[in-house]
Design a protein around this ligand. Structure first.
Ligand code: F0G
Length: 481
């Protein structure tokens, strides 16, 4: 919820009290330099002890509620027939309207099962945008991801409220070109993570579903950020202002033949599931669940997480939960925009994304501007962000680089974890870095893994720019900061 101050300014207001805290510390710049060098200029390799504010991801890093924690105390650990599972199934039926549930240990496990059951080599999967793990699972089976977003989606300086929309004409053309037999399903992602957490509109989803139904192609919905997508529909789409988040989520679900999510985002708990009302889909996936995840009533999740998820699924329909990250992201983005930092607009559902090609125009994509920017932000602030650009794309079969559509340093906002003071600090340090952006150069790989290379890859700074940046920081801001 936003509160209007007497000056007219609006600030995001936390509609909760913080009763458990975790201590953090800010190590001085010299130690940050050592940490990033040891970590191969890859923020995934940093350790918590060296991080002040962790904005790597909003995945599994959200604050849980008192009721989620309380629910974890009464979980049922039965290997089969666990009461905890039936509570989750009931919550899914009440909130999302699905009868059949297949729990998985997290979102990518759901993607693995869906890819295994529905995709065959040579298939095409049209979608509004890929996520890294989604693409990896589809390609490992021999399928191909086809992104058919509207052109505006790649404009980082946009006012378009629904950059996560699928381009309807391109969908029609795709079906005509490849034929129904090659398209096992169309996938929609609720707030396209890699495009900056940008939502789709209800109108667009409805139209996608209409085309899919005409051709009897199932619609698969990735709802990892379903609460945030619903929140944006309420805020930005005509006719939805007076509807509840709960009603909007239910309406979205009416269009999905198969739904899955990573519980680590909207529902604030580690885990995932697949849900559907189509018995045939359920029966097709079910035999594989114990092979890869676990028995039907736990699917690789602990019973405690299942209990917390049952609560989290209900709580995400509260507007103050659904909007908690989105409003902080907006506040943070505004602080950066007023300092002339190029961030993705409109602000999205999970993070503030800095456009690295605009921030570092002198660094070519072959030298990974988003990776360089993420490393530089860490050196200048102790804040950990994530590269979402070419490093996050793997090479093609011939070993050529696949340049990402966008080069973004993603500063994720875990739900109910950070305060306005934290965002003011990060905005100040990024502003300092922006004034010294000429000191930041590119990166090159020293060790490059063959798949999802962004996780474990090791890089080095071209011309040793990290140390020079550190030296200037010490002189201008102070060695103890
Ligand atoms: N789908 C979306 C849209 C996601 O954002 C993620 C994870 C997944 C699927 C995979 O789920 O992690 O539970 O296996 N996103 C995380 C992130 C990793 O940092 O954005 P998972």
């Amino acid at each position: 919820m936003n509160v209007r101050l007497s000056t007219g300014k609006e600030i995001p207001m936390e509609m909760h009290k913080v009763r458990i805290v975790q201590k953090t510390s800010l190590v001085p710049v010299e130690e940050r330099l050592r940490a990033i060098e040891e970590g191969g200029y890859n923020t995934f390799s940093l350790k918590t002890k060296d991080i002040f504010i962790d904005m790597l991801t909003d995945s599994g890093t959200n604050a849980m509620s008192d009721n989620q924690l309380a629910a974890m105390m009464v979980s049922d650990d039965a290997y089969a027939g666990s009461e905890s599972f039936y509570k989750l199934a009931q919550a899914i039926e009440d909130v999302l309207g699905f009868k059949y549930v297949l729990p998985t240990h997290q979102g990518r496990a759901a993607e693995h099962l869906i890819a295994k059951v529905f995709i065959k080599p040579g298939d095409i999967i049209p979608m509004n945008y890929h996520f890294t793990t989604t693409k990896a699972h589809i390609e490992l089976i021999g399928g191909q991801v086809l992104e058919i977003f509207a052109d505006e989606a790649l404009n980082t300086q946009s006012k378009h409220p629904f950059k996560g929309n699928l381009d309807i004409q391109k969908l029609k053309d795709t079906i005509k070109k490849y034929g129904v037999d090659k398209i096992p399903f169309v996938r929609m992602e609720a707030t396209t993570n890699l495009l900056g957490g940008q939502p789709f509109s209800m109108e667009n989803l409805k139209e996608v579903k209409r085309i899919c139904s005409q051709h009897k192609i199932p619609l698969v919905l990735d709802g990892s950020l379903i609460a945030e997508n619903a929140y944006f529909i309420k805020l930005r789409e005509k006719g939805y202002q007076n509807k509840t988040i709960k009603a909007i989520i239910k309406e979205i679900m009416g269009f999905a033949d198969l739904f899955y999510l990573s519980g680590r985002k909207s529902s604030c708990v580690r885990g995932g599931f697949i849900a559907t009302n189509k018995k045939v889909f359920y029966e097709q996936i079910k035999p594989w669940l114990p092979v890869y995840e676990g028995f039907l009533t736990y699917g690789g999740m602990s019973s405690k997480e299942i209990e917390a998820m049952a609560v989290g699924i209900r709580e995400m329909t509260d507007i103050n939960v659904a909007g908690s990250a989105a409003e902080q992201v907006k506040y943070f983005a505004e602080r950066l925009i007023e300092r002339k930092i190029p961030v993705v607009t409109p602000s999205g559902g999970l993070a503030c994304h800095v456009d690295a090609m605009m921030f570092l125009p002198h660094v070519p994509q072959s030298e990974y501007p988003a990776g360089a920017l993420a490393a530089a932000i860490y050196i200048a602030s102790g804040v950990r962000s994530m590269e979402r650009g070419t490093i996050s794309m793997d090479r093609d079969e011939e070993g050529n680089e696949v340049f990402s559509d966008l080069e973004l340093a993603r500063l994720a906002v875990p739900r109910r974890v950070y305060t306005i003071a934290h965002f003011e600090y990060v905005a100040d340090r990024i502003h300092w870095l922006h004034r010294h952006r000429d000191l930041v150069k590119g990166l090159r790989f020293v060790e490059e893994p063959p798949v999802l290379r962004f996780f474990f890859g090791k890089l080095e700074p071209i011309d040793n720019w990290g140390s020079k940046l550190g030296e200037v920081f010490k002189k201008e801001v102070g060695a103890h900061w």
